[in-house]
Design a protein around this ligand. Structure first.
Ligand code: MG
Ligand code: MG
Length: 256
C-alpha cells in the first residue's frame, strides 16, 4: 500500500482489452477443467494450457517466464498454496488442484485462479473451497468508487475468521494492467477505511488464499512453491475486477 500514487486509471478502451484478456483466461479455465482427473500430470495440464492460450487464443500466457517462472500457468496441489511448478506429479482422487492462469490481449493482462476438486473430497475440504470462493465475492462486493482497498481486505478476513480458516498474509492481490502485477497491493486482511481509495477505471485482482490450518507458509527449495507450514490444505480463488462508475465489473468470466 506504500506506493499507491502509482495506481493507473484505465480508459474504456483499455478496459475492453482487459476484458478480452480476461475472457481468454476464463476460456482456458473452462477448457482445462474437463482434463482434471486422477492420473493426469500437472505438466500435462500446463502443456494443454500453453497450446490453448498460444495456438487457439493467439494470446500469450502472462506467467510464462514471468520473473523466471518455469511454467505456463501455476499449478498448486493440496498444501501447496500458490506458485506450484508444473511437473510429473500425477493428480489423484481427493486432491485439491489450484490453477492460476494469466493471459494478455494487446499488452493488457487478465489473472484468475480457481481451486478444483479431483474426484471426491471431504466435507471439510468442500467447506474450504466454498468459503474461500465466498470470501472472494465478499471482497468483490466492496468494489465501488469511494470505498478503500482496506474495505476489500477486511471483508475477506472477516469471512475467513467465521470459518476459522487461516489467511495467508505474505501474498496478496494487486493492480493489473500492462503489467500483471501493479499497484496497489490488495491484502486479504486489514481494516476498513484504510488504504487507497477506489476510483472508476482502476483494475485489481482480488485473490484470497485460505488454509484449513495455520496461516503460516513456507517456500520450498525450488524457490517458487509456497506451502502451508502445517501441510494442511489450502484454497485460492481470484478474479480480475474493474472499478466502474457505480460498482464493479468482473473481467475474468462469470463463474461464482
Ligand atoms: Mg493469479
Ligand atoms: Mg494475481
Amino acid at each position: 500500500l506504500r506506493r499507491y500514487n502509482l495506481i493507473t486509471i484505465k480508459t474504456k478502451e483499455e478496459i475492453e482489452y482487459m476484458k478480452k484478456a480476461g475472457d481468454i483466461v476464463y476460456k482456458t479455465h473452462m477448457y482445462l477443467k474437463d482434463f482434471i482427473k486422477p492420473g493426469i500430470t500437472t505438466k500435462e495440464l500446463n502443456d494443454l494450457a500453453d497450446d490453448f492460450i498460444i495456438n487457439k487464443c493467439k494470446s500469450y500466457p502472462s506467467f510464462k517466464g514471468l520473473y523466471g517462472f518455469p511454467g505456463t500457468i501455476c499449478i498448486s496441489v493440496n498444501e501447496e498454496v500458490v506458485h506450484g511448478i508444473p511437473s510429473a506429479r500425477k493428480l489423484k482422487e481427493g486432491d485439491l488442484v489450484k490453477l492460476d492462469i494469466g493471459a494478455s490481449y494487446k499488452g493488457y493482462h487478465g489473472d484468475s485462479a480457481y481451486t478444483y476438486p479431483v474426484g471426491k473430497i471431504t466435507e471439510e475440504e468442500e467447506m474450504l473451497l466454498r468459503e474461500t470462493k465466498k470470501a472472494l465475492f465478499k471482497g468483490i462486493e466492496q468494489v465501488k468508487p469511494g470505498n478503500r482497498i482496506g474495505d476489500i481486505s477486511n471483508a475477506i478476513e472477516e469471512h475467513a475468521k467465521k470459518y476459522n480458516l487461516g489467511v495467508v498474509e505474505e501474498l496478496c492481490g494487486h493492480g493489473v494492467g500492462t503489467k500483471v502485477h501493479e499497484d496497489p497491493n490488495v491484502l486479504n486482511y486489514g481494516n476498513k477505511n484504510e488504504g487507497p481509495i477506489l476510483k472508476e477505471g482502476m483494475v485489481i485482482a482480488i485473490e484470497p488464499m485460505l488454509n484449513l490450518g495455520t496461516k503460516k507458509i513456507y517456500m520450498l527449495d525450488d524457490d517458487w512453491t509456497i506451502i502451508t507450514a502445517d501441510r494442511k490444505k489450502s484454497a485460492h480463488f481470484e478474479h480480475t475486477v474493474a472499478v466502474t462508475k457505480d460498482g464493479y465489473e468482473i473481467l475474468t468470466g462469470d463463474w461464482r
